[in-house]
Design a protein around this ligand. Structure first.
Ligand code: URA
Length: 241
């Protein structure tokens, strides 16, 4: 195999997402041929080099796992929590192998999460450059005005800068609340909630329905399932893998 950058190799080997892998390298937890890796971008050849994380050899031939998980509201998108709150790992005991979430949902948000050990796919799905559409069903407080829908669709300006235009549909109006479908291709922190708040309609409930070609479908909160070969293929195609 040709040389590749250490962070790309570790992500591909399923150690963590590429972003997280960079932190692991910076924390001094990675060795190549017994020497601490002190810079990102070091080129490695897994066939010739012995690569270790926390003293454990890394094998890039590990089987890839791809799961769709329905994160319930009130669960952290993390594998551990020092405060003992409900977390992803509580639902994944039966999963053999080390997996991690591709992206996140807020504690009080629910819906579709991709769980995998394919660090490169996870990186691309969450990176705005690859423009993977995430679809949300969003209840906002109040009866939304057409002008606010137009502002959401046009791309509002948040504290950390403008967001890209979104696809916005009004699905239902009930007394005191409106159900929207919002599709975005970025993933800034709490983006949908901040977008809705910025146009004056706070989110009361948020559920992710789709990530690219992957759908939540009829899954129930707390359930997970393996992706079909076709789903993995379509996800990879979307991000050029
Ligand atoms: N946008 C949000 O505001 N929260 C989420 O959990 C996901 C997208």
């Amino acid at each position: 195999m040709a040389d590749e950058r250490i962070q790309k190799f570790l992500a591909r080997a399923g150690i963590a997402s590429r972003r997280r892998v960079e932190e692991i390298i910076r924390a001094g937890r990675v060795k190549v041929n017994g020497k601490l890796v002190d810079r990102l971008g070091l080129k490695v050849d897994p066939a010739r080099n012995r690569i270790e994380v926390d003293g454990q050899p890394v094998n890039a031939g590990e089987e890839k796992l791809y799961l769709a998980f329905y994160k319930p509201a009130g669960v952290l998108t993390t594998l551990s929590d020092p405060h003992g709150r409900p977390k992803l790992a509580d639902f994944l005991h039966a999963v053999a192998g080390r997996v991690f979430p591709a992206g996140r949902l807020d504690f009080d948000s629910e819906g579709l999460l991709l769980i995998t050990n394919d660090g490169e796919l996870a990186y691309r799905i969450t990176h705005p450059r690859y423009k993977v559409a995430k679809v949300y069903k969003v209840w906002v407080s109040g009866s939304i005005a057409a002008e606010a829908v137009a502002r959401l669709a046009g791309g509002v300006v948040l504290k950390d800068g403008p967001v890209q235009p979104a696809a916005v549909k009004v699905l239902r109006k009930e007394p005191g609340r409106t159900l929207l479908e919002i599709t975005i291709k970025e993933g800034k922190k709490r983006q949908v909630k901040r977008m809705c708040a910025a146009v004056g309609y706070p989110v009361v409930r948020l559920k992710r329905e789709a990530i690219g070609p992957l759908r939540l479908g009829e899954m129930k909160p707390g359930e997970y399932r393996c992706l079909t070969k076709q789903e993995v293929k379509r996800l990879k195609q979307q991000v050029g893998l």
